[in-house]
Design a protein around this ligand. Structure first.
Ligand SMILES: Cc1ncc(COP(=O)(O)O)c(C=O)c1O
Length: 487
């Protein structure tokens, strides 16, 4: 019996974690790389190997074919399969080097180090218990209709969806977004100004890459969404945070000699406090941006769920200078994993954003865009939005009433005109991070408020999502919150 065959019989065992052919391939590859089986050695016939190892001949052939494709084995017609004669010591040494566990490699980039340092809360999972923020009422989303629209698109459009023509995205979807923004936010935009992105997060990243240089100063709300800090860190810019009061971002502390490149703000609702930017402040912000010759990025992640009236006009709709870049998302109205959002760019920036998008990921996946266009076209979008608005308003009122009635000594509910979560402040001094940890150990998910702040002056409290939970689930979680507040 040859050396290879006896080694295989004694040493090799299929692993549970990978298919048998892969495990055999890996084993033989290691034997060749380590030099144990030298160039020119013959490989036993597949029938013989299959019998000796009690596996199918097909499995053996799959492993052998992969090694032939790698160039480690060669078939000589009529003679059999051999370890390739062209494998000299240098090739094998290089292959061995790749496998070294402690091989020295360069450090990760400064940008990635910053990303690791930015606080980012864990993603909300499907089964996350109350009160995970940002989770819509997924059990109310019409997935049957969505599935029908998707499959109809493939059936009817097939090949025409297989090659996208426009980096900016699917034309019909961009038309519907433009119409929706005009009707609901007073937005001034042409479908040609819209670039479909992978969520608002990518929209912000494209803006950062196109408009900012390292060291530029970018003004943001404090507190703000950690994904914003992630984008700023990735771009190597300086984040200048300004506090939020009950009218939104306070521009008072800003000096004219601060050289500001952009303002990145959430006028319809600050995340997480829920405060909307007042009309007077909107005007002040645009005036200040003009004085600084700065861009204004309007992150409008949450505008559609305003319960106290129709959505407020967007900043973009009152911008006379063409300096506001609007960012929107479908994560909250539809579902977060859809990863569809958009930028409305001032006309002069469209070609540059298009170029940036093409180098980032080509374009967003077309079939979901086409299905979403149909979702608009056939009226599902607006009826779903209307239904969710009503549902969330009821859920919010239930949660606020419960807290005001049962937890009034401990919690103050921040006023807010909508959204998918509320923010509550502790009336007594408490550490919100440890309190949230304690609740998490007991199956209740809340976000502590203070880590959203960058400045020293923080508020302490909890961010409580309500949209994805019915009254029973909310009460179950509230009872636990009550218990730990009273401990
Ligand atoms: C203020 C803000 N901006 C942007 C995003 C990112 O949204 P998307 O899921 O569309 O990337 C979020 C998500 O929660 C957010 O809260």
């Amino acid at each position: 019996m040859g050396i290879l065959l006896s080694r295989l019989i004694h040493d090799w065992k299929p692993t549970a974690t990978r298919p048998v052919y892969k495990s055999l391939y890996q084993y033989l590859r290691e034997c060749i790389h380590s030099g144990e089986v030298v160039a020119g050695s013959i490989i036993p016939a597949s029938r013989k190997l299959a019998v000796a190892l009690s596996i199918s001949r097909n499995t053996v052939n799959q492993a052998i074919e992969m090694l032939v494709s790698d160039g480690l084995l060669e078939s000589r017609p009529g003679a059999g399969t051999f370890v390739s004669s062209g494998l000299d010591e240098t090739v094998l040494k290089n292959a061995r080097l790749i496998q070294e566990q402690d091989a020295k490699t360069p450090a990760i980039s400064h940008r990635a180090t910053e990303w690791l340092n930015v606080h980012r809360s864990k993603k909300v999972g499907l089964n996350a218990k109350a009160f995970a923020p940002g989770k819509p009422a997924l059990d109310r989303f019409p997935f049957d209709i969505w599935a029908r629209l998707l499959s109809r698109r493939w059936r009817l459009s097939g090949p025409s969806l297989a090659m996208a023509e426009d980096v900016k995205g699917y034309d019909l979807l961009r038309q519907h977004i433009a119409r929706h923004l005009q009707a609901s936010r007073g937005g001034q935009c042409d479908p040609d100004q819209i670039i479909i992105t992978s969520g608002a997060q990518q929209g912000l990243d494209i803006i950062a890459r196109v408009l900012w240089e390292e060291g530029d100063v970018i003004v943001t709300d404090d507190p703000s969404f950690p994904g914003i800090s992630g984008v700023l860190s990735g771009a190597g810019v300086r984040q200048l945070t300004l506090p939020i009061d009950d009218e939104g971002i306070c521009l008072e502390g800003l000096e004219q000699d601060h050289k500001i490149k952009s303002f990145l703000v959430t006028p319809s609702r600050n995340y997480p406090l829920g405060v909307s930017l007042s009309l007077a402040r909107r005007m002040e912000l645009l005036k200040t941006a003009r004085a600084h010759e700065a861009w204004v990025v309007e992150d409008d992640f949450d505008c559609d769920f305003r319960f106290d009236g129709p959505p407020l006009s967007s900043l973009q709709s009152v911008d006379g200078d063409g300096r506001v870049i609007y960012v929107g998302t479908f994560s909250r109205i539809l579902f977060p994993a859809l990863r569809l959002g958009f930028i409305v760019a001032p006309k002069q920036l469209v070609p540059t954003f298009e170029a940036a998008k093409s180098f980032m990921d080509g374009h967003a996946s077309i079939v979901h865009q086409a299905a979403l266009a149909d979702f608009f076209e056939e009226g599902y979008f607006h009826s779903h939005l209307r239904r969710m608005k009503k549902l969330y308003q009821t859920r919010r009122a239930f949660l606020v009433d419960w807290i005001s009635r049962d937890l009034n000594d401990d919690l103050y509910v921040m006023p807010s005109d909508g959204g998918l979560h509320i923010c509550v402040l502790f009336k007594q001094q408490r550490n919100d991070v440890t309190f949230a940890q304690k609740l998490a150990e007991n199956g209740v998910i809340v976000r502590p408020l203070s880590p959203f702040y960058k400045r020293e002056k923080k508020k302490f409290g909890l961010v409580m999502g309500f949209a994805g939970y019915d009254e029973e689930e909310l009460v179950k979680a509230l009872v636990i919150v009550k218990k730990y507040l009273n401990l």
